[in-house]
Design a protein around this ligand. Structure first.
Ligand code: NAD
Ligand code: GLY
Length: 365
């Protein structure tokens, strides 16, 4: 397996990446002192139905006696305070002995990882947890870096904590059961890493995006490992998202989030981010930050990944209204992550409104 470290002093941890390696999870936890007598697996009916038995077997094989399962219903709408409360109340019943510290394993995509991570952060003021991501998005992004949260009716991710996992264990073989549309959506975040941070990764994607989408083991392992290395370095530099480094991961997300909301569920997160990235590249060219070729290469790769470059039928005024409420804007002043080249990002504040409006209009027509 590939092993990548996230260097955060006492909160450092490994990310292990392999193919069909789920049966080794218990041993990997044991090696890191995470084989508590009580291991609580937080998953969903769909994902647990596919992989819980393997995980349970792997934990038993490592000598863990008591393994329990809690299911959070599938879907973003279930990343809620109510489901968080149900999960921590189950943890209280599953691990009632205060002398035994349980460990939590989150088995699933970003929804399960975010909610389960927040449950681990809060239960008894924090117990160790292991992220086992089962979507491409979770493998390259949400499982790494310790952002945990649930949504409120008032907004997304409004309640949460920075709480680092003790291990991230990626079995890329689990992506075989992921719907193809979800694989493509995750590929948008993969392309993002190349576009903002690594021209070589971007070029490798240009050479091999079809193989990656076909889950070709060597290609996918190389790509995911590189994305994870890049994220680990960003998190090392700016764990709490305050040092204007982690912000780079928002490339394509400012307009992308607004389009996602205005599309009322017709577009996935990754599809909206794809549209947002191409629009941000167009804004970069229009601002004189980079050559037109940068936008052209990004657009071509997005198309080859089977992702949209525009979101037709979405209302411009709604997109602009949602964007105006972006939490990253300061006192109404907009902030965008733009490109000065493939692999090089810049943060820009106060981008002229007519430029933003034009980019948004072109993104939806
Ligand atoms: P998701 O967790 O909703 O999973 C997508 C769908 O795929 C679900 O229906 C799930 O049941 C199913 N699924 C998952 N793995 C499967 C598998 N191997 N086989 C078959 N089906 C499977 O979506 P996601 O894209 O993984 O995550 C999105 C969430 O991640 C959002 O809530 C977002 O806010 C969060 N996120 C968090 C961070 C972070 O830093 N914490 C970063 C990015 C995104
Ligand atoms: N996905 C954004 C972050 O981890 O900061």
């Amino acid at each position: 397996m590939e092993a990548i470290g996230v260097e955060l002093g006492k909160r450092s941890y490994d990310i292990l990446i392999g193919f069909d390696c789920l049966p080794g999870l218990g041993e990997a936890m044991k090696e890191r002192g995470l084989a508590s007598d009580n291991v609580a697996v937080i998953t969903s009916p769909r994902i647990g139905g596919l992989y819980y038995d393997t995980v349970e077997g792997a934990l038993h094989e490592a000598g863990i006696t008591s393994v329990g399962r809690w299911d959070v219903p599938d879907g973003e709408e279930n990343k809620s305070l109510d489901n968080f409360a149900a999960a921590v109340r189950w943890l209280a019943r599953f691990a009632p002995d205060p002398s035994i510290e349980p460990a939590v394993v989150t088995l699933g995509g970003g929804v399960i990882g975010d909610l389960g991570g927040f449950a681990a952060a809060s239960f008894r003021r924090g117990v160790p947890y292991v992220q086992v991501p089962t979507t491409l998005l979770a493998a390259v992004d949400s499982s790494v870096g310790g952002k945990t949260a649930v949504n409120l009716p008032e907004g997304k991710n409004l309640v949460g904590a920075f709480y680092q996992p003790r291990l991230v264990y990626v079995d890329l073989g689990t992506l075989r059961t992921l719907p193809e549309r979800e694989v493509r959506s995750g590929m948008a975040e993969v392309i993002k890493y190349g576009a903002i941070l690594d021209a070589d990764l971007f070029q490798f994607l240009e050479e091999s995006v079809e193989e990656a989408l076909g889950l070709e083991a060597a290609v996918l392992t190389r790509i995911v490992s590189r994305c994870v290395e890049l994220k680990a370095e960003v998190v090392r530099q700016d764990e709490l998202d305050r040092a204007h480094v982690r912000v780079c991961l928002n490339f394509g997300h400012t307009l992308g989030h607004a389009i996602e909301k205005a599309a009322d569920g017709r577009l996935t997160h990754g599809e909206s981010v794809a549209v947002g990235m191409v629009a941000a590249a167009r804004m970069s060219v229009a601002s004189g930050l980079c050559e037109a070729e940068v936008e052209a290469r990004l657009r071509d790769l997005v198309v080859r990944a089977g992702l949209p470059v525009r979101a037709e039928g979405v209302e411009l005024e709604r997109v602009l209204a949602f964007m105006a409420h972006d939490k990253k804007f300061i006192a109404g002043r907009n902030r965008f992550v733009l490109l000065s080249d493939i692999g090089r990002w810049v943060e820009r504040e106060g981008v002229p409104t007519d430029l933003v409006r034009r980019a948004a209009r072109e993104a939806i027509s």
